[in-house]
Design a protein around this ligand. Sequence first.
Ligand code: SAH
Ligand code: SF4
Ligand code: F3S
Length: 451
Amino acid sequence: MSDLTDDLDTSKQKKLYIKTYGCQMNVYDSERMAESLGPSGYVATDTAEDADMVLINTCHIREKASEKLFSDLGRLRPLKLANPNLKIGVTGCVAQAEGAEILRRMPLVDLVVGPQSYHRLPQMEAEVALGKRAIDTDFPLEDKFDHLPKRTALRGPSAFVTVQEGCDKFCAFCVVPYTRGAEVSRPADRLISEVRTLVENGVRDITLLGQNVNAYHGAAPQGGADWGLAELIRGLACIDGLARIRYMTSHPNDMQDGLIAAHGDCEKLMPYLHLPVQSGSDRILRAMNRKHTTADYLRVIERMRDARPDLMISSDFIVGFPGETDADFQETLALVHAVRYGQAYSFKYSARPGTPAAEKIAVPDDVAHARLQELQALLSEQQRALQDEMVGREVSVLYDKPGRREGQMVGKSDHLHAVSVQDPNGHVGQLVRVKVVEAVTNSLKAVPVAL
Ligand code: SAH
Ligand code: SF4
Ligand code: F3S
């Protein structure tokens, strides 16, 4: 890194600030966008105030998420007035859904690029530098990943790697199939070499990302039948120095036998599964076009727990979907009781323009709100109980960074619990065995185990 920066003429250096909303795929995209603008002279900065270019990497999933773009643009207006050379770009899923409209209504925006075409950012930046405005919201046929520079910017021992993008499922409430397009999987050999580079740079823990990651089917390294996610995980597990593999987000209908089996015998595959169910009512699941029942979902969980008894399960829920009755909601609570979740996200339904459910009559807001409160109370009670059960157990922790206290290290356990350890000799990137001594709100305290 330092060699590279020494060679650069620092007087030509420009500062790039990226604000990221939404899912982990946006986090990954932001890193790749920053890397792609490196050769154009951009280095990262932590504030919009001293930036030459600000990119807002947006999320369209719920109304509240997409509204953040407009409040951010409002805050950037005085900066742009003070510095007309400041370039402002909108990227991500709102850019994809409303790009042309944003450019039309927001004169301060110089650049709009969707999630499938951000490999074209360097050319667009060059146009913008000449005072033009640029927009690209195509779904190009070329593989954007082939046009991105090799990965360099690494922070800590954990990294995300996008292996699959897009979605063909068309749940009635969801914008992702429209903003991210059809399902595409990256070839396995490219992923193996991307992960090798990460590991050579100190990464020990990777999370494979995709809107439907378990539908992964990428070209196999030596030709022949495509690899599924299980083959990819086994291929990556052969990389020396890589200690942990996780993946998200999965759809219950794509939980194949091979993947379930991998949880039983692949040591590097962590005992954690994010498997959204959305609702516990079959009637609502049908209206959501989820294409599975609660019984199908529970069967997958049972098979997963047979393969890996200590598996931690997490989920996403939507309450107040159009037509949801009290009885439907009670079924969601019953499903939560049946599964016992270690972690979960729950949302009030938000009507999204262009999705089939947006046409339906919404549940009154106060009813949806009360249901969300009740569900969240149950989910946090379960999360807390499962966390308390960790006390007294030995777990592995990968240190991410030093803690706030002197001599303290913090990291994640196999089950993705945040753990703090009093370990003055510990260092970032170290994988240690520890004994959990206390469960506090949202984290565990532990001490190193003498070997
Ligand atoms: N691919 C994943 C999730 C993608 S979006 C899956 O299949 O489950 C992440 C979560 O946002 C979803 O699981 C859902 O719970 C929530 N979500 C999506 N659209 C929503 C909407 N219109 N209103 C409220 N929540 C929504
Ligand atoms: Fe959205 Fe459904 Fe696709 Fe998940 S599976 S991204 S919820 S359409
Ligand atoms: Fe949001 Fe797009 Fe991710 S809508 S959740 S940033 S795929």
